[in-house]
Design a binder for this molecule. Sequence first.
Ligand code: IPE
Ligand code: IPE
Ligand code: MG
Ligand code: MG
Ligand code: MG
Length: 298
Amino acid sequence: MSVSTASITETCHALRERVNARLEKYVEQAPGVPQRLQEAMAYSLMAGGKRLRPILVLLSCEACGGQAEAALPAACAIEMVHTYSLIHDDLPAMDNDELRRGRPTNHVVFGEALAILAGDGLLTLAFDVLARDVTPGETAAACCADLARAAGMAGMVGGQVADLEAEGRTVSSIEELEAIHRRKTGALLASSLTMGARIAKASNEDLHRLASFGRCLGLAFQITDDLLDVCGSPQNLGKAVQKDASRGKLTYPSLLGEEASLLRAQCQVVEACKWIEPFGERGRRLESLAQFVLERDH
Ligand code: IPE
Ligand code: IPE
Ligand code: MG
Ligand code: MG
Ligand code: MG
């Protein structure tokens, strides 16, 4: 392990702990919340996961000179939206998966109706957290807009629809594939960077650089997710593998082959890192994280 890989692993571990502690508080039992709903939300949210998006929020804030503490609510909010997207993605009507984050999927344990509602609960809680705990109000509103747009019809939800529509199709183009991946995964990941930057009161120029970094990294991330479905292990990933081909999913390896897919991911990471060169030392941890995305086995 290189020095920079070792130190980013330590950084991620420490930030993940802080995020987990705050998430735990946000999904505690509260008056009026049916117990089974609270259990279903906490089951998926606290099941582990890399916490990549929250870590990106915190590192983006720090790269722009802000304090990670101020960005913790936004970090938690994006993880809630991400976890909701996973619960719904695994439903029988979508990817029909039974293993997630090393555990049976939410609908397997709680039933489909509660899994759908647990997802809804996490999605709405995310905006409650942003609106209440990000300050000042103007920044909270901007973060709500970032996250809503990234998660919504022209972002993650739109990408998920396009992903399902492309299933089983025999003729597809790289442009179509890229448009799916940019929406279903890239948009949310990029909003981690913009929210962190907004909380640090970054200049418009830095905001644009970080958003661009996030878009490239998001695409690289979904390409490596596609590759891990082909050559990863369920033990490391905590989810089933080799399911995309049997479902007829449009993925990078299915369209381009593994080698060319890896090359695409590498190019996206190189481009991502170019965008944050002007940050110099302050951008190093984001650079190391981008490298992790490329080399990850989970
Ligand atoms: C999996 O996301 C779904 C995709 C968008 C590819 P992650 O690989 O970040 O899943 P967790 O959060 O670590 O479980
Ligand atoms: C999911 O992509 C992207 C989401 C918005 C959740 P995948 O369907 O490839 O994610 P995994 O492989 O099930 O984690
Ligand atoms: Mg899917
Ligand atoms: Mg899936
Ligand atoms: Mg996948």
